[in-house]
Ligand binder design. Structure first.
Ligand SMILES: [Zn+2]
Length: 62
């Protein structure tokens, strides 16, 4: 799976990694941002994580 981090301030981009590895990046670098989104939207932080992972996935047809 290829990931391109959705946070505008972040340049993280990795190809052929597992979802867990990207999740690790999110928890290390974007914990506060995700908690902020969680607080603003009343969506549980685990849900925000899932959405961020999903939005960061890059699908390539080749
Ligand atoms: Zn990032």
């Amino acid at each position: 799976m290829n990931f391109n981090c959705v946070f505008p301030s972040c340049n993280y981009k990795q190809n052929n990694i597992e979802e867990e590895e990207f999740l690790k990046h999110l928890k290390e670098k974007h914990k506060e941002e995700m908690e902020e989104v969680s607080n603003k939207t009343c969506i549980p932080v685990t849900m925000v994580e899932m959405m961020t992972v999903s939005n960061s996935k890059v699908f390539i047809n080749s």
